[in-house]
Design a protein around this ligand. Sequence first.
Ligand code: PMP
Length: 431
Amino acid sequence: RSTPILERQARRESNARTYARNLGLAISEAKGIYVKDVDGKTYIDCLACAGALPLGHNHPAVKQAIYDALNNDLPMQTLDLITPIKDEFVSELFESLPAEFSKNAKIQFCGPSGSDAVEAALKLVKTATGRRAVGAFRGGYHGMTHGSLALMGSLGPKMQVPGLMPDVHFFPYPYHHRYPIGTGDCEQDYQQCSQYLETTLGDPEGGILPLAGLVMEIVQGEGGVIPAPDAWVREVRRITRERNIPLIADEVQTGLGRTGTLYAFERSGIIPDVIVLSKAVGGSLPLAVILYKDELDVWQPGAHAGTFRGNQLAMATGLATIRYIRENQLASYVEQMGMHFQMQLWQIQAEFSHLIADVRGRGLMVGVELSAQVRHLGRQLQAECLDRGLIIELGGRNSSVVRFLPPLIIEAPQIDDVCQIFRDAVAAVAQ
Ligand code: PMP
């Protein structure tokens, strides 16, 4: 059954597809952490639309929100008009944020995608500061539109596109693992990164590199699941604050519980100036927002618009999802499940130490880095997992990191199943 549909799509769909291109899979049904293909085979979905399905597929709370919206004939799209659902959504979102931020913050709805929200954040800080250059980190990922792609901290996807936004300065992101054992340690690594940042940005009293903003992921996702050390995040905050450079936390992937706290920046105790959210915030449907400190809100009416930013269904599912995450204290559950996950992956690493170089992550954003000499085996490992009923994605330099982004509602026995399949797939590749 699956072959004709796959062949038809292979003829019609762009080569630019990513994992769908690598994996021959046509999905027709999904529930919770499971998806079923057109042949009736079931898979555990450890990608969950790159983190956009925090409660998994078709969660009852999300379905109910959609049924209610339709039964009550809620408007579907409302541009920027105020509606009761929007009001409730914004209130719930503000309550999920640290009070220190939300008490003086504004929200701007953006287009439906994370990239749209990153673009809006760039425009906002440029308008507010009157500066043209922005800072970003090596290995970072912020989207595929012109501005957000220009922020990408790896060259590959940018090389073919001439004329991306100039004036982006890149800074090193602590990545302990890039050092061969014995040549560097975590602390030395992050201290060097913050020294570089501080020296390049210059003296706050004069001669400062005038950045409109500095964009960071607290845990790099597509870049290979790299959690930043808390002390370094605090240093970045100190350095940017001293120079009045707005700090933009891109929480598109990490936001709303994924890393074991509602927001990844909370763990290090910092408060950014701008927060970018998408994926989980729409609770399965497309929605993207930026939240920012009042003083940055220099925009005049009409300075930033967008047709599809009044998507009421997405606000209804987003509201239901954020409420569910908060009421069920899912963030601390995610922290526990993340530990359970990593502990098993460490055992697999011990068994196959020649293949697996590193296991790391935060909450349910987990990565396994393959050893340098076998990193070309990533796609094969992905295919072996798929054969055994597990969907995973690769990321990082040379696609050498296996990324696990399961729905946040995954249970311990299901994590055990994931690890068992992954272990068998590693064993198959090892042969
Ligand atoms: N920022 C981060 C941190 C992301 O992980 C992503 C998507 N993976 C984006 C921005 C872009 O989001 P979108 O794909 O919805 O444009």
